[in-house]
Design a protein around this ligand. Sequence first.
Ligand SMILES: *Cc1c(COP(=O)(O)O)cnc(C)c1O
Length: 382
Amino acid sequence: MKFNTKTIHGGQKPEEATGAVMPPIFQTSTYAQSSPGVNKGYAYSRSANPTRTALESAFATLENGTHGFAFSSGLSAIDCVLRTLNSGDEVIAGDDIYGGTYRMFTNMFEKYGLKFRYVDMNEVTNVTNAISEKTKLIWIETPTNPLMKIADIEEITKAVKNIKTSIVVAVDNTFATPYLQRPLDLGVDIVMHSATKYLGGHSDLVMGALMVKDAKLAEQLHFIQFAAGAIAGPMDSFLALRGVKTLHLRMQRHCENGKAVAQYLLEHPKVSEVFYPGLEKHPNHGIAKKQMDDFGGMVSFRLKDQSKQAALSFLENTKIFTLAESLGGVESLVSHPVTMTHASIPEADRLKIGITDSLIRLSVGVEDIEDLLADLEQALSK
Ligand SMILES: *Cc1c(COP(=O)(O)O)cnc(C)c1O
């Protein structure tokens, strides 16, 4: 099955009792047993729920995995991965990762004895040089949020596995989605998504996903999902499955519009820098071209006027681009990383990696491109 067919049919079959083409919302916590311990495969919805199962098999299929898991948020999916580790273990992560991931690593897991090293994943050797006897997990995000840096998934994974095959490599694939990039095919062990974003696609739910292709790892993750309990509910699972079925259509337009917006900004006299992996002048355009099928709908840029006031004026004046947290929905959003998504990162660290007051992030939606460009034009002229 090719990708577009998979988004619609992957892991799905009509419901058995009625033939319903979409799985019903099994809004139930428990299931009748004919004798103690004898059931029809479902005992309690923390362990499994048929609506969630339908979504989880769609998730697995999309990433070419064998097992998928749906969580109550992207962060609870990351939390599940970290709970596979033991006190004293070390994690190597990118230095430009999602703010909430960084906050979880430092503020929650350091006190349990995990150690985190942050490296610029532009260079494979930065990762391999940071590996020690205790390294158990590599956490890659690519493209990164908000600077759209690209890490070479295949080369990093190869180099890490060369040193020690037991080191788990995980990729946060939220920005790219499996429409553009499939890390399990590149040798990675775990793919993670904030399904809140492109997989759900309609800004109407908060959800996380993990996909793997190793039965033992799947068993470990399912145990934690069941034992810690951060599961996706049946209603949200239904909505996410409905969203997934148009992923390929939405992504096609996100990519077209993203490219047009990046090109427009590149030529704009009030813009000093544009961050988009589809631009030839992007420092890792070559790697992006190798591992991604297209370049997505996330575009960041810096205003020439470095003042916070200039950024605020732009942010307050867009009309179609809604000023809001989050990304990946059908509607265009604009955000200010310094005060919004990355407020939890200490100022010195932020500035070191280039998250300045004049940096603006766009999640380019699927509206008509003429309307989007006109909106940017009028807000930039204020
Ligand atoms: C939003 C996001 C997360 C966190 O997911 P939630 O669903 O908000 O918990 C993690 N990684 C990336 C790249 C994100 O954009």
